[in-house]
Design a protein around this ligand. Sequence first.
Ligand code: PDD
Length: 285
Amino acid sequence: MTCYLNGEFLPLEDAKIPVLDRGFLFGDGVYEVIPVYDREPLRLEGHWARLARSLGELRIDNPHTDAEWTALFRELVARQSFGDQSVYLQVTRGVAKRDHAFPKDVRPTVFMMSNPLSTPTATQVEQGVSAVTATDNRWYRCDVKSTALLANVLLRQIAVDHGAAETVLLRNGFLTEGSASNVFAVKDGTILTPAKSHLLLPGVTSDLIVDLAAGAHLPLQFCDVPETLLRSADELWLTSASREVLAITTLDGRPVGNGVPGPIFRRMHGLFQAAKRRPLNAAAA
Ligand code: PDD
């Protein structure tokens, strides 16, 4: 499998970084996961915009323009033997003697790899998945897509330990997001999701969901979702680059709504499936 590291395309097993890379020592870097369907990315511009924002928030110089990123990305995608891909991209502050303070004159490390995109199974789509809740104990900059993911890793493992697909996070009694996904609720026909803030990652997939809802005239509101509303929702969904949009049908062992994917989910899932195979239209939506 061919990957990209600091200006070079090379086999993944030959890609090496120095142990003094600040990504290794401090988790001092950012990343993106970009879904690719039949070699066409979904909402690439949204990923470049979020990458630029994450880098800016960490005061790491963006090593490339969007056009340069796109060229590298397209080359990586072209070099794979499979069409549906999940491209992982990481930029760290670079390699320097260990010191918490920013090093001077350091060049960011740039790494990209591609794996086959594994989307939800037909059973997951038809039956939904289970989730558990946990207290959101992450830092206050969850809007930055940082590689420092220890809290997310521990939170996701709670789901795995319960045989569930995702951990839904509550901070001070309000929904934030999932350990690696955004979360939507449906109540009395209206789609509800928390507004963007420092407490959650602005998902590229969730932006698409919001646009698809607007295009289909499905009522959607950005609002606080208290725990009581989360637990009495008619439908719950999670969204991410790899999970697309999936219904959560069991929360903490109790059925969500009727315990099966609801009608608004089925509508949205159909809209998403149509959009993902025509990414140019999806980008313009
Ligand atoms: N995670 N919130 C968190 C905490 C995430 O980690 C992710 C995605 C999302 C959804 O963002 P998007 O729709 O742009 O994928 C929300 C990726 C897939 C990951 O860490 O692998």
